[in-house]
Write a protein that binds this ligand. Structure first.
Ligand SMILES: NC(=O)c1ccc[n+]([C@@H]2O[C@H](COP(=O)([O-])OP(=O)(O)OC[C@H]3O[C@@H](n4cnc5c(N)ncnc54)[C@H](OP(=O)(O)O)[C@@H]3O)[C@@H](O)[C@H]2O)c1
Length: 251
């Protein structure tokens, strides 16, 4: 799928799935803004890989939950590359506690940490990028959600609520930004990134057993689905959720 001439912002692309999405978009020909909040060295390395694939890269430190920093990121993308065609809202708060904390132990801090990054962050980035996209009469927003938002889950209550909010945001934005901007979500199952290190053998086996394909997904397999949603091949799709989970959730 050809993304030559397109400009993409990928939030949280210093590592994990965001990194793979940035690299797949670059392989497709897009210039990419690599966003991070803490992992500066990793973000620089991603930028080098993007450049090695023949695309332009811009590294921007911005906390997605901070409106000023988000607006500045979008402004810098526009100034450097002249447009913003693709926004991938991927940045997510992560900790082992997030998964295994019981209802009675969930703190207000955990609630706001997760909501601020995963949900408010996606809203702020979409709001800032939409302004540019509406002006261009062209744009694609892809929001990264998670299968607990589709099917429920015994783990990660706050996370499930935030990722459910992402699906609502996707539908609301799809209506609000039609017809020139298409907005879709990807609900991910178990993808092999940093969090897998926190699982013990039994937990890994039980996650694997849930999937028809009996393996964790690879970040680049998510990246390729995002490339499809970022390309003209998906022009007649908006407000949809694509499930990428090795066949754990089937509806
Ligand atoms: N891995 C999975 O199995 C899975 C499954 C379902 C959904 N997801 C979702 O997919 C997304 C990526 O997951 P992942 O496993 O790749 O996570 P990860 O390895 O923990 O990476 C998270 C990324 O988000 C960035 N980030 C965190 N807080 C940020 C903030 N305030 N502003 C900007 N960037 C911020 C991090 O950058 P810094 O290091 O610079 O802070 C990092 O690049 C998340 O939304 C996650 O919820 C993942």
């Amino acid at each position: 799928m050809n993304l030559k001439g397109k400009v993409a912002i990928v939030t949280g692309s210093s590592r994990g799935i965001g990194k793979a999405i940035a690299l797949e978009l670059a392989r497709g020909g897009a210039d990419v803004v690599i966003n991070y909040s803490k992992s500066a060295d990793e973000a620089e390395k991603v930028a080098q890989e993007v450049k090695a694939s023949g695309s332009r890269a811009l590294v921007v430190k911005a906390d997605v939950s901070n409106r000023e920093e988000v607006v500045e990121m979008v402004n810098r993308a526009q100034k450097e590359f002249g447009a913003v065609h693709i926004l991938v809202n991927n940045a997510g708060y992560s900790s082992r506690d997030l998964w295994f904390m019981k209802l009675e132990d969930i703190t207000e801090k955990m609630w706001s940490d997760v909501m601020n990054v995963d949900l408010k962050g996606a809203f702020l980035c979409s709001q800032a990028a939409a302004k540019v996209m509406q002006g261009q009469k062209e744009g694609k927003i892809i929001n990264i959600s998670s299968t607990p938002a589709v099917a429920g889950d015994p783990y990660g209550m706050v996370y499930t609520v935030a990722k459910s909010g992402i699906l609502g945001l996707t539908k609301a934005l799809a209506w609000s930004l039609a017809p020139h901007v298409q907005v879709n979500a990807v609900a991910l199952g178990s993808i092999r990134t940093g969090w897998v290190e926190w699982l013990n053998e039994e937990e890994r086996r039980s996650f694997t057993e849930e999937m028809a394909l009996k393996r964790f997904g690879r970040p680049e397999e998510v990246g390729r689905v995002v490339v499809f949603l970022a390309s003209n091949a998906s022009d007649f799709m908006t407000g949809q959720t694509v499930i990428v989970d090795g066949g754990a959730v089937m509806r």
